[in-house]
Ligand binder design. Structure first.
Ligand code: TRP
Ligand code: ZN
Length: 470
């Protein structure tokens, strides 16, 4: 689902079909000719900073993931069925997939040929897919998933085997380490998960369980369903030994906390804080966008957390209220409202960081104003001031400036427009783009519209200049 753009892409397809006189029709390519075939879907979705991430020519609406995993052998057997719509005529199209052996590909149930090159899986259906039409692609694959760790600044991410299972945290482009997909947030989709593991282990994916787990032949199958659109980097299938606590928040949102046995003492605090914070954010940001909340603590010492949709994942530590506040704020900012290109990452991290300050303010610990004032004392030579957070750099995407100076941008805005307008804006932003895609330009436009103020200078100084704002 590419909200907003979908209709435009469809229209563009229609126009190009209408404009195409018989004389313009591409000559059928000779056998083996593909590079020059303009009916081939692009190998990237069009994010200039990540030219090979995602793919062009289609729009995914749903992923049906069937995964069988055995921690002892680290072997994964998978079948991914993707429902998509072609946004152009497609003689071939790409999926993103790293490693793993592809056994079989079928398009609309007919065998398709495929080739692999780097992280690109190119699928050539027996017959070209007509632009504007829906299709399914089913990929059967197997192998031992390896996490991504190519980029030093991104650390290790994707499908990470642990002694008792796997820790699955895929931002920004690591979901291709465990299933074939259109690996870019510009294409969100709903997900079904069917995950089979040795009996005694638990598999935790996004959304809610579709029925009770079933066990046969010493293996247990878990079924999960995320029925709201989700970016691929938020998909998880974290599995292993877990203790669970289930219930609902005071406001009635289903709540599930899961902790690795090593973090059993974190189960109750995680459950309680996740519930309280989810409910509080709903009063500040507007209705919770998804059908359940909670969190997972695994024994992999990532030292970080990821806002996996409905189930933030904490890697190897007991999460405190600050980080829970951060990851749950992402359910609105990042997960429900999703960036179209990675350079706008401050819309995720600046907002989630500001939420940490709002939580401290709510708890009477420290006002956001005090946090802002303190950070503003950093000397002009501090590296935060030379990194403009409004344009996250591909080789340093998660720079501290994107978080901290991004959060400060929101506080500078709050000072300029006043509390009433600022908090109306936060709710309006979340409501207007619920389940959709967002850009920085859209946020600036909404802030100007609701405040009636010209805010270009403020946003330019805070987001785009490589120096400390005056
Ligand atoms: N979005 C995460 C946060 O701020 C940080 C993060 C970036 C991350 N890339 C990741 C976490 C990869 C896990 C894996 O909370
Ligand atoms: Zn974050």
């Amino acid at each position: 689902m590419r909200s907003n753009r979908r209709g435009v892409a469809m229209l563009a397809t229609l126009i190009s079909v209408l404009a195409c006189s018989p004389a313009d029709e591409p000559t059928p390519p000779a056998a083996g000719q593909s590079a020059a075939d303009r009916r081939a879907g692009a190998p990237g979705i069009g994010d200039p900073d990540f030219p090979r991430d995602g793919n062009g020519g289609y729009d995914v609406s749903h992923y049906d993931l069937v995964v069988d995993y055995t921690p002892a052998t680290k072997r994964l057997d998978g079948v991914t069925t993707i429902s998509a719509a072609a946004t152009q005529e497609l003689s071939s199209f790409n999926l993103d997939l790293t490693g793993l052996d592809v056994r079989e590909v079928a398009v609309d149930d007919a065998p398709a040929t495929f080739t692999r090159k780097g992280d690109e899986l190119t699928v050539r259906p027996a017959r070209a897919i007509t632009g504007g039409t829906p299709f399914t692609v089913k990929v059967t694959y197997t192998g031992s998933p390896k996490p991504a760790s190519d980029n030093a600044n991104l650390g290790t991410y994707g499908f990470i085997p642990t002694p008792d299972g796997a820790f699955v945290a895929s931002e920004p482009n690591g979901s291709k380490t465990w299933f074939p997909n259109n690996d870019h947030p510009a294409d969100k989709a709903t997900f079904d998960f069917t995950i089979t593991v040795p009996a005694g282990l638990t598999a935790l994916a996004n959304g809610e369980q579709a029925g009770r787990p079933t066990t046969s032949g010493g293996r247990t199958t878990f079924r999960w369903r995320e029925r709201h659109p989700m970016a691929t980097y938020l998909a998880t299938a974290t599995l292993g030994k877990f203790d669970l606590r289930q219930g609902s928040t005071a406001a009635g949102i289903p709540n599930l906390a899961a902790t690795d046995p090593r973090f059993k003492s974190s189960l109750d605090p995680l459950y309680t804080l996740s519930g309280q914070i989810t409910d509080y954010w709903a009063t500040v940001f507007g209705p919770y966008p998804f059908s359940s909340t909670g969190g997972v603590v695994d024994d992999y010492s990532a030292g970080y957390a990821l806002e996996n949709q409905t189930k933030p994942l904490y890697g190897g530590f007991q999460p405190d209220e600050t980080i829970i506040a951060h990851e749950l704020a992402h359910q609105w900012f990042g997960n429900s409202l999703t960036i179209k290109r990675w350079k706008d990452l401050w819309l995720n991290e600046g907002f989630a960081t500001y939420a940490e300050w709002l939580w401290a303010e709510h708890k009477g610990k420290k006002t956001a104003e005090a946090t802002f004032t303190e950070l503003l004392k950093r000397p002009a030579s501090d590296p935060m001031w030379s990194y403009p957070p409004g344009r996250a750099k591909p080789d340093d995407l998660f720079n501290q400036s994107v978080y901290t100076r991004g959060g400060m941008t929101l506080h500078a805005l709050r000072r300029a427009v006043g509390d009433a307008t600022f908090f109306t804006l936060l709710k309006a932003w979340a409501a207007e783009h619920r389940y959709g895609h967002v850009t920085t330009e859209q946020f600036v436009a909404l802030a100007e519209r609701l405040s009636g103020k010209e805010l270009d200078a403020l946003f330019d100084a805070w987001l785009f200049q490589p120096r400390k704002p005056a």
